[in-house]
Design a protein around this ligand. Structure first.
Ligand code: ATP
Length: 394
């Protein structure tokens, strides 16, 4: 896919604050690309820089090969969708959608055809004569999207467009947004702090933190191979353990010392050296709990623990298992293959096991030698202790 929108070493400060800190990134043509991160990480600022509502202190922005860094907003072929719809309250749905073409003084024939096409795209042909006040939040947002798309922008910028909707509507709009994107083939740059939204919609995601990009990748890549502890904790839930690399095992595996655990085996794709401190991250669904000690095949880690909590959730059960200082969170599917004959209950002694490939060693210190993350007293990661700055409002 061709690179279409490119940010080159963009920095934007507000007083002493580096809201966007030397960000370089490329978005491909037709891509659904999300900027994801906690409140204040700089994602909206990057979007506003793209729209031309802000000017960078340094760096360049290119759209379709053209340097747009200094172009005023109306000269950029981008349109922005805001959280609060920004529709004209006194105009009908039809007039709201037609607005851009009317301003551009397009012929009436063309306006009628295009508005009809847009109404059909957002499935609101029947509501064409309604005023915004007569619409639901989701419908208003669909009108806002149609009103932006009718101008045929090269990039559609979406700033938390679903944040004002209730959960049910948000879920429906997620599907609709996906369909609209497939239908129109325009590049979408989408800002959100909601990892579920970003994961379900995006071709690729840039995870941002404190004005910088922590990692760019497809949703599965970020989830399965997070580059650092921030990404591991921000995307999905995970358990963190503090350990020290104790030496090589066979192949690309290393042994890890975690206090009170038997030697833990872990895939060491980052070639972390013996003696170094690391965080081991293991997702809750990668563990298995069982009453009987599993046999294992040499690459399985098995530790004894005691069940402290059991929550039945229909599709799976969530267990909290105490192993030494850690309260491990485990999701277990209800499959006969996986479940023990006898139900596992609170206070049972169990075995917690996981495959060496399902644990990730993540760096402990940042480049400036600062510890990257304080583990909470219970030792468990994002479920009980989101990294600094993460919002829980999603
Ligand atoms: P949110 O989801 O809360 O909008 P965000 O990741 O989009 O967060 P930005 O809005 O880009 O974050 O803000 C990044 C930082 O820059 C924040 O600390 C914010 O307070 C600051 N900031 C943004 N705009 C301005 C401004 N016009 N003047 C001063 N500071 C600003």
């Amino acid at each position: 896919m061709a690179e279409f929108l490119r940010f080159e070493e963009i920095t934007k400060t507000f007083g002493d604050l580096r809201a966007v800190d030397n960000v370089s990134l490329s978005v491909n043509k037709g891509e659904f690309f999300s900027l994801l991160g906690p409140s204040g990480c700089g994602k909206t600022t990057l979007l506003r820089l793209t729209a031309g509502f802000e000017q960078p202190d340094s760096g360049r922005i290119y759209l379709n090969g053209q340097d747009i860094t200094n172009l005023p907003p109306h000269k950029r072929k981008v349109n922005t969708i805001f959280q609060n719809y920004a529709l004209f309250p006194h105009l009908s749905v039809w007039e709201n959608i037609a607005f851009g073409l009317r301003v551009a003084k397009r012929p009436m024939r063309e306006i009628k055809d295009e508005v009809a096409r847009m109404l059909s795209l957002i499935q609101m042909t029947e509501q064409a004569q309604k005023k915004p006040a007569q619409l639901s939040g989701g419908q208003k947002q669909r009108v806002a999207i149609a009103r932006a798309l009718i101008n045929k922008p090269q990039v559609l910028l979406l700033d938390e467009p679903l944040a004002a909707l209730d959960l049910k509507l948000r879920q429906r709009m997620l599907i609709e947004l996906d369909l609209i994107h497939d239908e129109v083939g325009i590049t979408f740059l989408y800002v959100t702090h909601d990892q579920g939204e970003a994961m379900s919609l995006s071709d690729r995601i840039a995870v941002m933190h404190l004005g910088k990009i922590e990692q760019i990748g497809a949703p599965a890549q970020l989830y399965e191979a997070p580059r650092n502890s921030f990404v591991a904790a921000f995307i999905g839930d995970t358990n963190f353990f503090e350990g020290r690399v104790a030496g090589k095992a066979s192949g690309d595996y290393s042994k890890l010392n975690i206090e009170g655990f038997p030697d833990v085996l872990c895939f060491n794709d980052k070639q972390i050296n013996e003696g170094e401190l690391v965080y081991l991250s293991v997702r809750p669904e990668k563990f298995r709990v069982s009453r009987d000690k599993p046999e294992g095949n040499g690459l399985h880690n098995v530790v004894p623990g005691r069940v402290e909590d059991v929550v039945y959730l229909g599709t799976h059960t969530k267990y909290w298992v105490r192993v030494q200082d850690y309260r491990i969170s485990v999701y277990q599917q209800h499959s006969r293959f996986l479940l023990d004959e006898k139900t596992i209950r609170w206070n049972d002694d169990v075995w917690v096991s996981w495959h060496a490939d399902d644990g990730f060693m993540l760096e402990y210190y940042s480049e400036s030698d600062e510890k990257l993350m304080e583990l909470p007293p219970e030792g468990v990661g994002s479920l009980s202790a989101p990294p600094e700055g993460r919002t829980e409002e999603a």
